[in-house]
Ligand binder design. Structure first.
Ligand SMILES: *Cc1c(COP(=O)(O)O)cnc(C)c1O
Length: 371
């Protein structure tokens, strides 16, 4: 509230003001790269597509199990989206299936660190180097997570962050473009600022600013940046609250999950996750729907996502549909449990008990073993 009032009182409500610069400095320090705050992660992905000069005839590899924007930003430039299936354990892009999708037209490989758990960065990096295709990291979930000690958001030539209110740190609507490959830095600044060189003008490098490139209006208001700065400053506290919630679900539900054939999230040893969400994979789609209904009866809202993109109406219309059986199966079986920073232990215990009341109609492995 203090920062937001300050942003209003100082009269700099438009973009690129002092709070925007402070947020960008904080993020640059965390990630060790140039960061531009944007109006959303979607817009940062659109900027990435423009920076990579993606156009009609080009192909972009995108996981099927993700949010719409991961694909849409590239479709908007006229690219053909080539959907890749995801891994059964982390629900991240299946790196073993990427090479078969690469053609001379492939202009980018996009990956998402689902739930804030890293993709297999070694494999993706090797693909990028071997086939000379740049990587775009949609890190909407993964800020403050890491892979082998290195921050998520630093692996793609370009990476994007989301500060939408559903994300770990937020300002209502917001995002950022992380420029890990410095060759994109100068143009990124212009694209964000309506295709002008106003950035240079502000720094006194040119005596007037003008239209120099394509671009759009991707700079958030400094009032939103003020909100975000407070979130960024509280990041460790927010992360540790989320870690506690995540760990209580994982330990509290372990026995029930094992008894009922339910899979809990897998976090490979090389990954330190960002604790973005807690999901479970039910044995079947029917059981997932039944568990959601059971929780709803008890006044607990549980949700699912994503409707796979490879079989979406848009992909069908665009002729981009291809088999992605893991995405299909996961999308039907996944349930997300309530997850927010200030969840009390009592609230969470109630949710865990409500879940435990639900029995899946599957052979009980433990009882079968003891019988
Ligand atoms: C939330 C999300 C986005 C879009 O973020 P916005 O900031 O709302 O545009 C993109 N990709 C993934 C994986 C997301 O979860």
């Amino acid at each position: 509230m203090r920062y937001v009032s300050e942003a209003i009182a100082t009269g700099h409500a438009a973009g690129a003001g002092p709070f925007t610069r402070q947020c960008e400095a904080e993020l640059a320090e965390i990630l060790g790269a140039r960061v531009l705050l944007t109006t959303s992660c979607t817009h940062a992905l659109e900027m990435a597509a423009i920076l990579l000069e993606i156009g009609p005839g080009d192909e972009v590899i995108v996981p099927s199990f993700t949010f719409v924007s991961t694909a849409n930003a590239f479709a908007l430039r006229g690219a053909r989206i080539v959907f890749c299936d995801v891994r059964e354990d982390t629900l991240n892009i299946d790196e073993s299936k990427v090479a078969a999708l690469i053609t001379p037209r492939t202009k980018a490989i996009v990956f998402v660190n689902y739930g804030g758990v890293a993709c297999d960065m070694r494999a993706l990096k090797a693909l990028s180097v071997n086939y000379m295709v740049p990587l775009v990291e949609d890190n909407a979930h993964g800020l403050l997570g890491s892979f082998l000690g290195r921050q998520l958001g630093t692996f793609g030539d370009l990476a994007t962050l989301s500060f939408h209110e559903t994300k770990n740190l937020h300002c209502g609507e917001g995002g950022a473009l992380v420029i890990n490959n410095p060759k994109f830095a100068a143009r990124a600044e212009i694209l964000r600022d309506k295709g002008t060189d106003r950035g240079k003008f502000t720094r006194g490098e040119v005596d007037k600013y003008t239209w120099v490139d394509i671009g759009s209006s991707y700079t958030p208001s400094d009032i939103l940046a003020a909100f975000l700065l407070a979130q960024l400053e509280a990041r460790e506290e927010i992360k540790s609250k989320r870690e506690a919630v995540w760990n209580r679900y994982a330990s509290g539900l372990a026995d029930w999950a094992a008894d009922n054939g339910v899979e809990l999230p897998v976090v490979p040893p090389d990954c330190e996750q960002s604790f973005h969400l807690f999901y479970m994979l039910m044995p079947s789609g029917e059981q997932r729907d039944a568990l959601i209904a059971h929780l709803e009866d008890l006044g607990i809202q549980a949700v699912f996502h994503y409707v796979p993109l490879h079989s979406s109406p848009m992909a069908l219309r665009r002729g981009e549909s291809r088999p992605c059986s893991v995405s299909e199966s996961v999308s039907q079986r996944l349930i997300r449990l309530p997850f927010f920073n200030d969840m009390t232990e009592t609230e969470q215990q109630r949710i865990i008990e409500a879940v435990e009341e639900f029995r899946c109609a599957v052979p009980n492995v433990r009882e079968m073993a003891s019988a």
